[in-house]
Design a protein around this ligand. Structure first.
Ligand SMILES: Nc1ncnc2c1ncn2[C@@H]1O[C@H](COP(=O)(O)OP(=O)(O)OP(=O)(O)O)[C@@H](O)[C@H]1O
Ligand SMILES: [Mg+2]
Length: 451
């Protein structure tokens, strides 16, 4: 019933659109019946419906104009023929009517509406409504912020409103099926949500690092107040940018996720090594999406493998290099302008130029843990069901082997598997050492074992 209902509701929106188009063209061309105003055509009554589309309309308080924009954007997917009327020729010039807007595409034989098409429908006979139409098309409108509608970018010399007005696949499928794919599940979205089951109490970090983190936490809690009520927005750049640097497995990703968890914000990770070098062409557009949604939803953006950005800009030898350089500049600019919290993570701080580091509010060094911190990490790791045999001296293990938290967790995994395989949950000394050895081997380090 529900999905059928959804289709029924959307069809009735398109029917309404079709009537509106017919009326506007009549009025505009002074054809028979031109006296009627399109706004007098009743909008379908969906107040009792509870499919995804109707719910969105209710919850967001969408107006008649918003619904017209949605119906127009959905039409090419649902019933493209209702737009064919726009192909009518202007007999005066023997060409299409410029005022209808719209574009055609090699993959779609029908009419694809543009922002101009919406402006035409709303304002053709009532120029005052042009302003309302521009509001519906503005990037500040909820429909764009939530990325339901997309108004494609146009070349610089072409007015914005000539961009194609389309509905995102994701929202269309939500309206039709009631199931909303997560934004990161769309192929073109280069970020994933990250989360953790751990808490601050599980984290072992030195005080200097904790102090810095406290500052970021305060920003997350009070940044809006400072920028708003305190009026600091006149003096300082919005947003907070932090660089986490240090060896693998020292807790950079974990810390970023915890900052999100404790402030009730989602943390999204973008892997820069994938972006800067590989995807060429669409990247900028896709990254723009990440920044736009992140700003609207107050996500924390976590850029991993940020080294990709620091490398001295290469001298552009090929068009690929040029493109990578452009991409880097674009990213840096977006990061600098982002009004929320951005965290960049890297294994090295070297070869970062000053111009770059000056843009950070915090540079946090995640060092390799010392013996005491390692002892703490070992104890935490083996404090659950998986325990260490009584005869193991954890202090000397902590002292002898310089391992980061991430490696210790890997040793835990190895030992737990080994113990459970024996039908036990107590880890023996030899197993532990074997696990440690494996970690050293991964990092191409050798280890001398002393008991
Ligand atoms: N300081 C720490 N305190 C507690 N646990 C830690 C710490 N560092 C690492 N761990 C453990 O190791 C796991 C991996 O750490 P994490 O992914 O945060 O490292 P990273 O610094 O991001 O490494 P990389 O540079 O390889 O991305 C964490 O999920 C956590 O279980
Ligand atoms: Mg990491």
């Amino acid at each position: 019933m529900e999905t059928n209902n959804a289709l029924y509701v959307i069809r009735s929106e398109i029917d309404w659109l079709s009537e509106v188009i017919d009326q506007v063209i009549r009025s505009y061309l002074m054809q028979e019946g031109h006296e009627r105003n399109w706004k007098d055509i009743a909008v379908p009554d969906i107040s009792e419906e509870n499919d995804a589309y109707s719910q969105t309309v209710h919850e967001w308080g969408l107006s008649k104009y918003d619904r017209l924009a949605l119906a127009l954007a959905m039409a090419p997917s649902i019933r493209p023929e209702v737009l064919d009327i726009f192909f009518g020729r202007n007999q005066l010039y023997d060409r299409g009517f410029t005022e209808f807007g719209g574009i055609t595409d090699t993959h779609h034989s029908g009419f694809i509406p543009t922002g101009q098409t919406l402006i035409f429908l709303m304002a053709a006979t009532e120029p005052e409504l042009r302003y309302e139409a521009m509001k519906v098309l503005s990037q500040d409108h909820l429909l764009y912020k939530e990325q339901v509608l997309v108004l494609s970018q146009t070349d610089d010399h072409i007015p914005n409103q000539n961009g194609a007005l389309t509905i995102s696949e994701r929202w269309l499928s939500y309206f039709l099926t009631g199931i909303k794919p997560k934004i990161e599940q769309t192929i073109s979205f280069p970020a994933q949500k990250i989360s953790t089951n751990l808490e601050w109490k599980d984290v072992v970090l030195d005080e200097v690092v904790m102090d810095h983190l406290q500052e970021i936490n305060s920003w997350l809690d009070h940044g809006d107040t400072l920028m708003g009520e305190w009026g600091l927005d006149r003096m300082i750049k919005p947003g907070y940018r932090a660089l986490f640097y240090g060896p693998p497995g020292t807790g950079k990703t974990l810390t970023a996720t915890l900052l999100g968890k404790s402030s009730g914000r989602d943390v999204y990770r973008v892997d820069l090594s994938m972006i800067v070098s590989k995807y060429i062409g669409e990247t900028e557009k896709n990254l723009a999406k990440v920044f736009d949604v992140a700003q609207h939803r107050k996500w924390i953006l976590f850029f991993d493998e940020a080294d990709a950005l620091f490398g001295k800009r290469t001298i552009a030898n090929s068009s690929n290099d040029r493109h990578a350089n452009q991409q880097t500049s674009y990213l840096l600019q977006r990061i600098e302008d982002f009004p929320g919290v951005v965290i960049l993570a890297s294994n090295l701080k070297a070869n970062m130029d000053d111009a770059f580091t000056r843009r950070f509010q915090a540079m946090i060094h995640f060092t390799m843990p010392g013996p005491e911190d390692r002892y703490q990490l070992w104890s935490n790791a083996f404090s659950g069901t998986c325990q260490l045999s009584q005869d193991i001296d954890l202090w000397s293990i902590a002292e002898n082997y310089e391992l980061a938290g991430g490696s210790i967790i890997n040793v835990l995994r190895y030992c737990a598997l080994s113990a459970v395989h024996r039908g036990d949950h107590i880890v023996q000394y030899d197993e532990l050492i074997k696990g440690i050895r494996q970690e050293f081997k991964k990092e191409n380090r050798t280890v001398s074992v002393t008991k």
